[in-house]
Ligand binder design. Structure first.
Ligand code: SAM
Length: 296
């Protein structure tokens, strides 16, 4: 059911191209700044978690790069991505499981299962990330907002009914996340040319608000206050420790910092708002951190 969960989510956001245009354009501006500031070569770019391409500045990557490789677990989403492209000859599509453990849980029902059985099952998972189907080196690798998705199917039982998993399950999932992320970054580093850049973009705070009842989750209240209604999104940095203390960060958004320090120079970090699903009845949005990691 791993694949099913990701495909279901992608079907839901297939038509988000217009809604996400501001977010996508900000990522395009950051990419343009990075190319200019770090004098990057623009022969090849790799987009991991490319999906439907709604958060990928397609016009900008086509303008700058000679070759574009897009990767996702969901082949239908990659087809939808290709439908938005103009210079099709520049692209290669590759279907890969970036979690390294999807096959280990694919045939299991992760919803109709007791907490005890789920925790046993999670503890047996051993991620083996394999990016060997991606050939050659890249000047830029864009991690397109998929890190927090990788373990979603493991907690889907709770997500479906909008409750937090028990701490024991959260801890077991975090251990998998950490293992997967370490393998991913090690392989990303190998795929980069010297001085090449990984633009690592990931949601880390979820904002929920109901415009009718005016109800908001705790994260939304805190973020709205400190950013003056999303005007100064970078101000979320000032509540970093409070966010961690309260356990408000989204699973998958905490990075393996010591590995990153060993293999990358962290040039800068940007804060963005991602209006994920805004309607008259309900809105869900994310605060996103986008790091510019440069290979040493
Ligand atoms: C929230 S979406 C990001 C938005 C996406 N780039 C788009 O515009 O549609 C996360 C993406 O990560 C992909 N993804 C999730 N788990 C994956 C995995 N294990 N391997 C590869 N891709 C995965 C999903 O299929 C989805 O396309």
């Amino acid at each position: 059911m791993y694949q099913y969960v990701q495909e279901y989510a992608n079907q839901d956001t297939r038509d988000s191209w217009d809604e996400w245009s501001g977010f996508r354009n900000s990522i395009g501006s950051i990419l343009t700044i990075a190319i200019d500031r770090y004098n990057l070569s623009t022969n090849r770019i790799l987009v991991l978690g490319a999906g439907n391409g709604n958060d990928v500045p397609i016009d900008i990557i086509e303008k700058y790069f000679g070759e574009i490789v897009i990767v996702d677990i969901d082949p239908k989403a990659l087809d939808s991505f290709m439908g938005k492209t103009k210079q099709k000859e520049k692209y290669t599509k590759i279907v890969i499981d970036l979690s390294g453990f999807a096959a280990q849980v694919e045939n299991l029902n992760l919803v109709d299962i007791t907490d005890d059985s789920l925790i046993e099952l999670i503890k047996k998972i051993s991620p083996k990330v394999d990016l060997s189907a991606i050939h050659g080196k890249f000047d830029v690798i864009y991690n397109a907002n998929y890190f927090t998705q990788l373990t979603i199917p493991l907690g889907f039982k709770y997500q479906q009914v909008h409750v937090q998993p028990p701490d024991s399950i959260k801890q077991a999932i975090s251990a998998i996340t950490n293992n997967t992320q370490i393998q991913l970054f090690q392989q990303i580093e190998k795929l980069l040319n010297i001085n090449g850049v990984c633009l690592h973009s990931s949601d880390f705070l979820e904002l929920n608000y109901n415009p009718i009842t005016k109800e908001a989750n705790e994260t939304c209240k805190l973020v709205m206050q400190v950013t003056e209604g999303l005007k100064y999104i970078e101000n979320v940095q000032t509540i970093n420790s409070l966010i961690s203390e309260k356990g408000l960060r989204i699973e998958g958004s905490t990075l393996p910092v010591s590995l990153i320090k060993q293999i990358f120079k962290t040039n800068t970090v940007f804060f963005l708002y991602w209006p994920f699903d805004h309607s008259d009845m309900y809105f869900k949005g994310y605060v996103v951190q986008l790091f510019v990691f440069q290979k040493l």
